[in-house]
Write a protein that binds this ligand. Sequence first.
Ligand SMILES: Nc1ncnc2c1ncn2[C@@H]1O[C@H](COP(=O)(O)OP(=O)(O)OP(=O)(O)O)[C@@H](O)[C@H]1O
Length: 260
Amino acid sequence: MPSTHSPGAQPAVEATDLRKRYGDELALDGVSLSLPSGTVYGFLGPNGAGKTTTMRLLTGLTKPTDGEARVCGTPVADRRELVSQVGYLPETPPLYEEFSAREQLDYVADLRDIPPETADERIDAYLDRFELREDAAKRIGSYSKGMKRKTAFVQSVLHDPDVLFLDEPTSGLDPRAARRIRESITDFADDGTTVFLSTHILPVVEAVADTVGVLFEGRLVAEGPPADLTDRAAAGAESETLEDAFLAVTGGDDPVEGGE
Ligand SMILES: Nc1ncnc2c1ncn2[C@@H]1O[C@H](COP(=O)(O)OP(=O)(O)OP(=O)(O)O)[C@@H](O)[C@H]1O
């Protein structure tokens, strides 16, 4: 995939030795990252590895116990400044069940200070792109899981963020909608947006990521272009897939069931 970053430019995401402790549990144990603008970072790791914690730290939703992070040069503690620069699709997104998709998106556009004309144009384009237009006036409470996921994705990108954090964006989506999301991710990156993508669906990562990071027990245990990781796995295995690489660096060789 093409990368639009220029060498020496300020990283879109920069983290140094991030740690997060919850009581006795060390959820993150010294994670450092540097992501160039306009690239897609595939963030992998088993359940409980600390992926959501990392994204919450990088979006200023929770504070690190130790370490520092900046997004587009803004310290993540400066949530007020950060809010216009980042988009975040969490695993359980905030949606008002009583609102229709259009009301929800109008509401978010207003919160984000998007001028009404621009907001209308963007909302219409996204509703069309994700085949939500016909249902846009219905209550979100009546939507399927996939329709809610698509609405949540649109609300996370509506303000055209510089860095987009996506937690399992294709979870619960049919193949067509999942493809639209994948295409959107590469389109965003081509336009200079940095995408931080956490997913268990390895073919999605293989398709869109410039760099893959594998988190295991709160530590980044592998990082590099997907092809490098698969080559490394191939050196010690019969096949050479990202799944092999993932299993090799996370210390297990049982097949991953389900994929989501
Ligand atoms: N608010 C919290 N309070 C206490 N412990 C937490 C909290 N949030 C996360 N943890 C713990 O931190 C660790 C990392 O959790 P996290 O949700 O970041 O993992 P994850 O990699 O996103 O997992 P999954 O793939 O299952 O979503 C887990 O052991 C979890 O129990």
